[in-house]
Design a protein around this ligand. Sequence first.
Ligand code: SF4
Length: 235
Amino acid sequence: MKREAIFEFFRRLAELNPDPQTELEFGNVYQLLVAVTLSAQATDVGVNKATRTLFRAVKTPVQMVALGEEGLKQHIKTIGLFNTKAKNVIALSEILVRDHGGEVPQDRDALTALPGVGRKTANVVLNCAFGAETFAVDTHIFRVGNRTGLAPGKTPLAVEQQLEKKVPQPFRVGAHHWLILHGRYVCKARTPECWHCPVVDLCAFKAKVLAKGAKPVGTRGERAGRPAVRKARPG
Ligand code: SF4
């Protein structure tokens, strides 16, 4: 996608949603870190349901350590992988208390050194809590980046590096939200809703679904934005 088209792409998404926010609920930076850690392979709706009562009782890492692993499990047992996540949240809270004065560090390396915190989680926290120009590539951004031609890449890191290079100001802080929301509600995995997509004329995706009810075309890989791997015919 050319430079002017990329600017126009974000200008339109920004016009429709001038102040995009994460759909995870939190009251402070520490709660955001916990919510994002819990959201791996889970929906924001499911995480919010569990954290609503948890966050009324726990606002700091000290309070989380006091709650303990078993206590935390009781709050988050409706979330997938809750055993591992509970262990990680307690361990990361202990480290925040011990090494960071109970504060969430504003540094990617320090964040990714915490248990259960990968690059994507760190990027979300840096973006949403500290306003950093980071691009947390989740499944939605990976798909939208590849389908549209905005940021093609075979891995989340490759897509992130493309976004780093290509997203212009004044859209760099909001880009991560606009792309997630676009992927979640319009450029959906199974059937992209191109018939009401605000960037349809800028998008390079070949298998657009231009009428409601029409069947998506192409292989699953092509619909995900990946080039198809065709098997060679024998003989
Ligand atoms: S036109 Fe279709 S494939 Fe392209 S961004 Fe819009 S919804 Fe996604």
